[in-house]
Design a protein around this ligand. Sequence first.
Ligand SMILES: *Cc1c(COP(=O)(O)O)cnc(C)c1O
Length: 382
Amino acid sequence: MIPFNKAPYVEGAEQYVLDVIKSRHLMGDGPYTIKDQEILEEKTNCRKVFLTHTGTDALEFACLLADIGPGDEVIVPSFTFPTTAACITLFHGTPVFIDCHKETMAIDETKIEAAITERTKAIMVMHYAGVGCEMEKICEIAKEHGLLVIEDAAQVLGAKWNGKALGTFGDIGCISFHQTKNYTMGEGGAIFINNPDLIDRAYILRDSGTNAYAFEQGLVPAYTWVDKGSSYMPSELQAAYLYPQMLKFDEINKDRVKSFWSYYEKLKDLKETGKLDLPFVPKQAEINGHMFYVKTKDFDEMNALRKYLKSKDIYASFHYQPLHSAKAGRMFGRFVGEDINTTAESRRILRLPMFYGLTEEEITEVANAIHEFYNKQGDTTK
Ligand SMILES: *Cc1c(COP(=O)(O)O)cnc(C)c1O
């Protein structure tokens, strides 16, 4: 059996968790949280990183920090995970959906300006499958119109665009440490604060809206409730599980990137013969191997291939359905422009098994099964 996903595990991880249990310090902001945050800052060159409970939590934190309120509009891709948009609606803002590029499924930056109104507050991009959006262009548009940039970088920790870590281009970046991501806390995430003007307030908003941090630093005589806020700190248990993965940050990244290119090599003949499409990696992108997908002819072929693989005990999975046409998307948001790629392309995507430690033999088995599927299909049309 080849599962779709397995949580990354690094030898000895249980020792760190045990260490936390024995320390009797389980609440947030302990030594493992601080070490994880420091490694993340060092690896990505981010100004300030805070761990959160989930990637979704980080997105909500970002909206709180961006002061999204009733009537505010945020431009988002329709092709993304539901919480990229749901976080906006939580603050009674309106997600304004636009189309994506066909080759990378990244937000189509050429469609952003047409969606800007006087209510627009931010542009929220999502980097898909380890490949970045056109960040320089997007940040330029945002600057011109005085908008914030928030990156849903949930999938792209370890990936770069023009040599710069994804999640560090915008004012705020959001990372997920969900089990399916490259590094995990089971459920977890992180927020990257890149805009220095937002850092002091981020300390307050994450800490129940109090100035407890300033108090700990000896800057105020007592701490009190000073702003909006919530509690975004995960437990040290989670941070400790993540820690050995942070120590092996590059090794885990390399392993997944190797698997990505191995899939690519083993399937590229099917691309050359026009049977399916493979992910496109633009020259600006340094991928993190978060995902490997194929694009079939259409939805029916995608589903047939998925079922064929399942019959061989190989678990592949389709992906995001467009948000603008989903029940909540129609209720809370609107689409601007033409849906050229979002619906058509999202229905062709099938994600193949991918996890840290996936073996060359397993990749060969998956690739062989896909070849078999297309050979059989060839037979029936003869
Ligand atoms: C995984 C993911 C999320 C949500 O992260 P959680 O940690 O599961 O809350 C959000 N956006 C994208 C693009 C994701 O891939």
